[in-house]
Design a protein around this ligand. Structure first.
Ligand SMILES: NC(=O)CC[C@H](N)C(=O)O
Length: 310
């Protein structure tokens, strides 16, 4: 086993000194206020050992990383029926793009685009009130991480509600095609709140353990999803988790990963580790600049890329 304690310390030191840190997202006002000097990394190994460095215990807005947990819950609720309303192909488009929706009849390309995640939120809403669906999501993530300290940042959710005109457009556009079953405001209430989950790298890496462990929660031994479903979620993360930067991420890192505009990335080395990195500065595709670089360094030193011969 590589010396992970030394590796995370080296990576954190390198990232602290990195000159080119990208730019924090500004279209959600509270995200623009986050210090670009921040960097955190946490790795949970299959045996439960945790290695953390930098700002690994500072909560940040996980944003689109939450789409992985929302998808997992929605698949639990409706099973493979979900795939009638959401595709499984990379889009090659930006996370908030509307272009393909017209020609593809309101069916989003994948569940990690904003449009796809909004359909997933519609499914989570089911017969509930938005408040209940949000509560269910929060309980789910707390349970996965084994940590009740995880919370939803209401200021972030409110800011998105006030400025999320594109998401409002996406939701209404899909409703026009019949692919949203509830009113747009109610669905977006769920979507904005799960995007506003605040978690530290440590909490996020713990929450992602089921994806490295064949669908099982190592705390309880219970099954979160079947092994097949965990494998499929990992496949979607690899092909679609970084939007139009997914090819580049696979090329540089080679792990299933999901990014968010808060600067977090959850990455999975199946059977080996669940990894979370965070640095708020983004590259031109809206993915964490240093988070990606840190994972590239990690994979270089550990050989954890899924494309590495085992
Ligand atoms: N890529 C992201 O993290 C985007 C999520 C953000 N909540 C949005 O809807 O715009």
């Amino acid at each position: 086993m590589p010396d992970l304690a030394a590796i995370v310390a080296d990576i954190a030191a390198e990232m602290a000194a990195a000159p080119d840190r990208g730019t924090p997202a500004s279209y959600i006002p509270p995200l623009a206020a986050v210090d670009p000097a921040r960097f955190g990394i946490a790795i949970v190994e299959a045996d439960g050992t945790v290695h953390a460095a930098g700002d690994a215990d500072m909560p940040f807005s996980i944003q689109s990383v939450s789409k992985v947990f929302a998808l997992t819950l929605a698949l639990g609720a409706v099973g493979d029926q979900l795939w009638k309303r959401v595709g499984r192909e990379p889009s090659g488009s930006a996370f908030n793009s509307i272009v393909q929706l017209e020609t593809e009849h309101g069916i989003p390309r994948n569940p990690f685009l904003n449009a796809g995640a909004i359909v997933v939120s519609d499914i989570l809403l089911g017969r509930h009130e938005p408040r209940e669906a949000i509560g269910e999501m929060l309980r789910f993530v707390r349970n996965l991480a084994g940590d009740d300290g995880i919370f939803i940042d209401e200021a972030v959710a409110r800011a998105e509600q006030e400025t999320g005109f594109r998401n409002i457009a996406l939701a209404n556009y899909m409703r026009a095609f019949g692919n949203l079953h509830h009113p747009a405001e109610r669905v977006l209430g769920v979507y904005f709140h799960h995007c506003a989950l605040a978690m530290s790298c440590r909490q996020l890496a713990l929450a992602g353990r089921y994806l490295m462990a064949g669908g099982r929660n190592p705390d309880t031994g219970g099954s979160v999803v079947s092994a097949r479903r965990a494998r499929r979620i990992n496949a979607l993360m690899l092909t679609c988790g970084h939007y139009d930067g997914s090819g580049e991420f696979a090329f540089r890192v080679g792990l299933p990963g999901k990014s968010g505009v808060g600067g977090g990335i959850l990455a999975v080395a199946p059977g080996i580790a669940s990894i979370a990195v965070w640095s708020p500065g983004l590259n031109e595709r809206g993915n964490s600049q240093l988070g990606t670089l840190a994972l590239e360094r990690l994979v270089h030193r550990t050989g954890w890329s899924v494309f590495e011969p085992r």
